[in-house]
Design a protein around this ligand. Structure first.
Ligand code: FE2
Length: 312
């Protein structure tokens, strides 16, 4: 309902409201809440783009970005696995540069829209030690990221971008990042709602439906499917109720978990089945088709979201 219509319906036009005694009614309280609630950000969350020259992926991704452009978002969040794969042993520097060139060409479509990234497990090139493209610094340079983890404020919300790529136990933060994270949450605990993005899900149910033989951790699920340090996160969230939303990807399956008032959205992959013919004969991975997520964030800490399926 539009604000104007709501005011009319309540007979409150004129601005001076005879509110005494009325605010106790749940209907009016909820109506006033609606009046005060305002969308402050519209965001597109992309993840697992896995861009590559094969399968006409660049043009298909550009079509996706054209759609996002029409959505007129304020911000794009890129959840990692930006390029197809730089992490395998046989990958040469030429291939890494080719993949990043595909990315840079594609994102010209949304030039001017701010974009924030996290590191995926396939983004880092671990060959050629000492090379400017080596490891995490190479990716930070390609994506113009300030650090492998960082935070920022935008329109009354606080955003924390995490690096799930622990050097020995994928799917957890090392001690230095963990201490930074706790400090960052506590520093920003005064009212600002918090959105967290990681590549690996902090908490996800697709870890069960897409389980892998390397299952480890308290739930016998790979750390790349469910953060191994999730119990520590839950403790922090329990003390800091302004943490509202955790975004992730990696699994290529669409999943939503709500636990202790925190929503965990593991969103489907923009590349679907890595741009290849998928499980539906087109481009889906299992039952999840390629897509991106539109998020509306509101000034009262609430949000809504929709997974947009585009034809990839
Ligand atoms: Fe991944």
């Amino acid at each position: 309902m539009k604000r104007r219509d709501l005011i009319k319906k309540l007979g409150l036009a004129g601005g001076t409201l005879a509110l005494s005694g009325m605010t106790s009614t749940p209907v009016l309280a909820s109506a006033l809440k609606t009046l005060k609630k305002k969308r402050v950000l519209k965001i597109a969350h992309l993840t697992d783009v896995h861009i590559r020259p094969e399968y006409n992926a660049v043009n298909r991704f550009k079509n996706c970005l054209e759609k996002i452009k029409k959505d007129k978002v304020d911000l794009i969040l890129n959840g990692g696995d930006t390029i197809y794969a730089a992490d395998y042993d046989h990958i040469k520097k030429e291939r890494v540069l080719e993949l990043w060139a595909c990315w840079k060409d594609s994102v010209k479509v949304v030039a001017g829209t701010p974009m924030h990234h996290v590191l995926g497990n396939h983004d880092m090139w671990w060959q050629g030690k000492g090379d400017e493209m080596y490891g995490k610094p190479g990716v930070l340079k390609m994506l113009d990221m300030p650090h492998n983890y960082y935070s920022f404020d935008r329109n009354g919300w606080h955003f924390i971008m995490l690096d799930s790529n622990h050097p020995t136990s994928p799917g957890m933060l090392d001690e230095i990042q963990w201490n930074w994270f706790v400090n960052d949450v506590e520093k920003n605990s005064q009212g600002k709602p918090i959105l967290i993005m990681s590549h690996y899900p902090l908490l996800s149910c697709t870890g069960i439906t897409d389980s892998k033989p390397d299952a480890t951790g308290p739930f016998k699920i790979s750390g790349s499917y469910n953060h191994l340090d999730i119990m520590k996160f839950i403790e922090v969230f329990n003390k800091n109720k302004n943490v509202k939303l955790c975004l992730s990807g990696h699994i290529h399956l669409l999943d939503k978990v709500w636990y202790n008032d925190v929503t965990y959205l593991c969103n489907g992959a923009t590349s679907g089945f890595w741009w290849e013919p998928g499980d539906d004969g087109k481009s889906a991975y299992k039952q999840t088709v390629p897509g991106y997520t539109l998020l509306n964030l509101y000034n009262d800490g609430s949000f809504d979201h929709e997974y947009i399926k585009y034809e990839a």
